[in-house]
Write a protein that binds this ligand. Structure first.
Ligand SMILES: CSC[C@H]1O[C@@H](n2cnc3c(O)ncnc32)[C@H](O)[C@@H]1O
Ligand SMILES: [Zn+2]
Length: 441
């Protein structure tokens, strides 16, 4: 008898730019993995848990390739300001006040939001990452975690990160994967980046950082070091192992060749770029070079949500609109980024990104009976252009059911919301003269 049997669902398949649906399928889950996918009814009806899913669309769990999950704590607090002011006057002063406990409750709140929107895996980059790891263990989500470091925090902070990596790598049955997390080339100089690269190599982990988010950042790097950010990162050894670039909105052609040769992955968060008016489109340039690209939310202080469906839709529309080409970025390509692209960015393409026998059982079941997705000519098109996070009915990660019938099983949502609400008065304080870093102007 298998652990979980999902019966009579429709299964979404993607390959290259193609997306299609196989109707009336059963999915059997044994332990953490998919054991079988077969015609509806053919796998019997005996299992530890049977989920009748007729009319629901089974999709691979969505992958968020770059986030600062606990920043949900500041959602809606900093709006309609310039990028420089966003960091220097608000976000970095606000963050100087954060405690480990704040981060824990913020992480749980963000994870509840992600599970409710079908996200099963997140690459997070923040502080007090022990607390984010604890929240991931409890919530049941898969998490690639990087403890953010700034150069001015010094080598002691690097040691803290190394201890975090040693403690958490592979924890929770492999659900936790750790990364080194220097913030960016504009807050970490070449010598510090070299130290990070050496430490990452010694520990056998990748490096996740912000790169070329704005043209101003690229110009600053060129002025300071005579190199673009990706070229500087290559020179410091950061690209010798696995690297994940958040954003990379302004790559040169030479950057793209370098990134393709070094198998660098990119996480794109278009809502943040549009909102802060900081980035641009043209994911197709990256894809044309074979660079793995995944979808991301960044922090909810800039993007206001951790909803990957929303980011996927915005990314697709932006590609068409900015390129002046309505035929660009078809439905299958958008879905490819959300599933296989995200898995490749995180180096988990063997295990994630498709509903196939042997892959990890990270699965979301999406209802297809709401008025906003009716009629149902093309479930794949609906998913890209019409589905809402609230259509996600059931979520499994690593073979465990985290939400069923929209009831979260691992997170006490009411308690988390109460705990966060009780912290708001203190979190909203900006201590004069105190900020965790300075954004260059
Ligand atoms: C490096 S993790 C934490 C650090 O990064 C800040 N942050 C949030 N969003 C962005 C972004 O888009 N670019 C650069 N840095 C960002 C966050 O506030 C934390 O201080
Ligand atoms: Zn970010």
């Amino acid at each position: 008898m298998v652990d979980v049997l999902i019966r009579h669902c429709d299964v979404l398949r993607t390959e290259g730019e193609r997306a299609w649906v196989e109707t009336d399928q059963d999915i059997a889950v044994e332990g953490a993995r998919i054991q079988a996918v077969a015609a509806g009814g053919s796998l019997g009806a005996a299992a530890g848990e049977v989920i009748e899913a007729r009319g629901m669309l089974a999709i691979p769990g969505l992958i968020n390739t770059h986030a600062h999950v606990p920043m949900v704590l500041f959602r809606g607090l900093v709006e309609d300001v310039s990028v420089e002011s966003w960091f220097n006057d608000y976000v970095w002063p606000l963050e100087s006040n954060l405690t480990a406990e704040d981060v824990y409750w913020g992480a749980l709140l963000g994870m509840a939001e992600m599970i409710e929107s079908g996200v099963t895996c997140v690459a997070d980059h923040y502080f007090f990452m022990d607390e984010v790891a604890r929240a991931a263990v409890e919530s049941g989500m898969r998490a690639h975690l990087a403890w953010a470091v700034f150069e001015h925090q010094g080598e002691a902070q690097l040691e803290r990160t190394a201890a975090f990596i040693r403690e958490w790598q592979g924890a929770a049955d492999g659900r936790i994967v750790t990364w080194m997390g220097p913030h960016s080339p504009y807050t970490c100089g070449p010598d510090f980046l070299r130290l990070c690269a050496r430490r990452a190599a010694e520990l056998g982990v990748g490096v996740h950082l912000h790169v070329s988010e704005t043209q101003a950042q690229v110009d600053l790097c060129l002025r300071q070091y005579g190199l673009t950010p990706p070229a500087l990162l290559a020179e410091t050894g950061i690209l010798d192992g696995r690297a994940l670039f958040a954003h990379c909105c302004y790559p040169t052609d030479a950057d793209l060749e370098l990134m393709a040769a070094r198998r660098v992955g990119v996480g794109r968060a278009p809502k943040t770029y549009m909102k802060l008016s900081s980035g641009t489109a043209d994911v197709r340039r990256l894809l044309a070079h074979g660079i793995p690209v995944g979808i991301a939310t960044d922090g909810a202080t800039s993007s206001n949500s951790l909803d990957i469906l929303e980011q996927m839709r915005l990314l697709t529309l932006l590609e068409k609109y900015m390129g002046g080409d309505s035929t660009a970025f078809p439905v299958g390509q958008a879905l490819g980024l959300a599933f296989e692209g995200g898995a490749r960015v995180l180096g988990q393409e063997q295990d994630l990104g498709a509903l196939q026998v042997g892959k990890l059982a990270d699965i979301a079941l999406v209802r297809q009976d709401a008025v906003h997705v009716w009629p149902r000519y093309d479930p794949a098109a609906n998913l890209v252009y019409s589905s809402r996070a609230s259509d996600v009915d059931t979520v499994l990660c690593n073979g465990k059911v985290l939400m069923r019938g929209r009831e979260l099983r691992t997170i006490d949502k009411a308690r988390v919301m109460r705990e966060v609400a009780e912290r708001l008065g203190r979190l909203n304080q900006r201590v004069p003269g105190s900020r965790i870093a300075t954004y260059p102007v």
